[in-house]
Design a protein around this ligand. Structure first.
Ligand code: GLU
Length: 505
């Protein structure tokens, strides 16, 4: 059997190091076995998927050299490789499940599901109460034909155990009665993750599903679907989750997680890849190894489940080794130019700094923050008229969240954001932006804030704002929660939907 692995990112945010981590292991396993590595874009959550995010993910994988044999831009025999282009396939397959009695139409309204969830929250049990499960086929057909809106749910078995094997964990057993009748096709005709992933992994002939541990709870739902279709499931291998230093799941509040950030912060792709290869697997011998060396020695069963800690300091150390050991100055120069020391970028910086240069030599100090990762921040300069440090932290955090909701930032969008914040918070624009100059550039006397932020880009700005929050001291969980509530009230950002979300596990 040909080894075929896949990475199946959802384009709903920044390109995450966790995606690159999985992609590396999938890539190595496929290549080691002379097989194929497939990239599939899982964009069935239309409300959250964006082209911008998809492009950022593809660019990041390319930057890392994790080239795919089949997928967007490359094509392949089992395409299309974007789920939004495969809707007819999911519709057909959910229809087949209806006919077999392995799925059913559910006509419950949003209101009913909402009140069911509320009453369940206080009591036992979770998930759907299966009210529509036993509607006779003829009645279900009639109601659908009469135009009543419905979703399709899988009919999970009620008795016995679901048993499957994870390559790293061995046999896993879960009582079927604890498995929810998950929605597989939504009212708008889009599949949920669970249906699409099973149908695609089968049709794309995936032999090994190597992905993050967070999906392991979904496997019983997938097993039910594989069984219902009469298909053989692939081999499951769930990689350990990457963790923060405190062993919580890797999160952007505690660690940089966006690949775009690492690129901008001057990490070399080969060093980042090497570091990701050390997560849950160790190379016999030197910690510095190439992908080809990894391929030679790698075995899936040698992955350990200890919860690898993503340690940015260790990554820096490894990156330094690459710079020192693998490059002559002559070879490093073009890499540096490509990173940020090129005419185009320097000209962009010059455009917004020229009027502040008294001598040419002012260039260095004035613009160094454009060519840096973090900037040194004096906490005393992070003040805002009449506000406590905690209030400044909250305002910085609000900007982080607002920027997170934008795909790309421009000078104009930054100006609009700050004007909106200033109106809503009742702060003068000048007072509001004061600590932001310091957070972004390290100084109060720098180049214009909105232009500078646009040039630095969303990832780097958010990172610097987060660092400024840190410099001001720890934020308690209670303060964070209160800030989230105030943010939602002030800026009208809806809470993520509970319950019937696309990938609800
Ligand atoms: N679309 C899922 C994600 O964004 C893929 C999960 C899987 O690999 O099955 O991670």
């Amino acid at each position: 059997m040909e080894v075929r692995t896949r990475i199946a990112p959802s384009p709903t945010g920044d390109p995450h190091v966790g995606t690159a981590y999985q992609a590396l292991f999938d890539w190595v396993w496929a290549k080691k076995n002379g097989g194929s590595f497939v990239l599939r874009i899982e964009d069935t959550d239309q409300a959250r998927s964006t082209q911008h995010s998809e492009k950022a993910i593809l660019d990041s994988l390319e930057w890392l050299g994790l080239n795919w044999d089949e997928g967007p831009g490359v094509g392949g025999p089992y395409g299309p490789y974007r789920q939004s282009e495969r809707l007819h396939i999911y519709r057909e397959h959910s229809g087949a499940l209806l006919e077999k009695g392995a799925a059913y139409r559910c006509f419950c309204t949003k209101e009913r599901l909402g009140s069911m969830r509320d009453s369940r929250r206080s009591g036992a049990g979770s998930g759907y109460d299966r009210l529509c499960r036993d509607i006779p086929a003829a009645e279900s057909e009639r109601r659908a034909r009469a135009g009543e809106p419905f979703v399709i749910r899988m009919k999970a078995p009620l008795e016995g155990d679901c048993v499957f094997t994870d390559l790293l964990r061995g046999e896993i057993r879960k009582a079927w009665e604890t498995v929810d009748d998950q929605v597989i096709l939504k009212t708008d005709g889009f599949p949920t993750y669970h249906l699409a992933v099973v149908v695609d992994d089968h049709l794309m002939r995936i032999s090994h599903i190597i992905r993050g541990e967070e999906w392991i709870n979904s496997v019983p739902k997938h097993i039910h679907l594989f069984n219902a279709f009469g298909w053989e499931p692939p081999v499951f291998c769930h990689l350990p989750l990457l963790r923060n230093a405190d062993h919580s799941k890797l999160s952007k509040r505690k660690n940089p997680t966006s690949i775009t950030y690492f690129k901008q912060a001057g990490f070399l792709p080969e060093a980042l890849l090497n570091y990701l290869g050390m997560m849950g697997w160790s190379m016999p011998g030197d910690e510095k190894f190439s992908r080809e060396e990894m391929m030679r020695d790698f075995r899936l069963e040698d992955i350990t489940l200890g919860g690898p800690v993503f340690d940015a300091a260790k990554l820096r150390w490894l990156n330094a080794r690459y710079i020192r050991e693998d490059y002559t100055p002559e070879r490093l120069l073009p890499v540096l130019e490509n990173w940020g020391l090129n005419r185009g970028h320097i000209l962009d910086v010059l455009r917004i700094s020229q009027t502040r240069l008294e001598t040419l030599a002012d260039w260095g100090a004035l613009t160094s923050f454009f060519f840096s990762d973090s900037v040194p921040i004096d906490p005393a300069l992070l003040d805002m008229k009449g506000c406590s440090a905690a209030e400044v932290q909250e305002v910085l955090q609000q900007a982080v969240w607002l920027i997170e909701g934008m795909y790309e930032i421009s000078s104009q969008s930054m100006e609009e954001m700050f004007r909106d914040m200033s109106a809503k918070l009742g702060l003068k624009l000048r007072d509001l932006t004061r600590p932001f100059y310091v957070a972004i550039s390290g100084s109060r006397a720098s180049t214009p804030l909105f232009d500078s932020m646009a040039l630095l880009g969303s990832d780097m700005c958010r990172m610097r704002l987060r660092r400024a929050i840190e410099v001001l001291g720890p934020v308690t969980a209670a303060a964070q929660e209160a800030a989230e509530v105030r943010f939602a009230a002030l800026f009208g950002r809806a809470e993520p939907e509970g319950g019937e979300t696309d990938t609800g596990t």
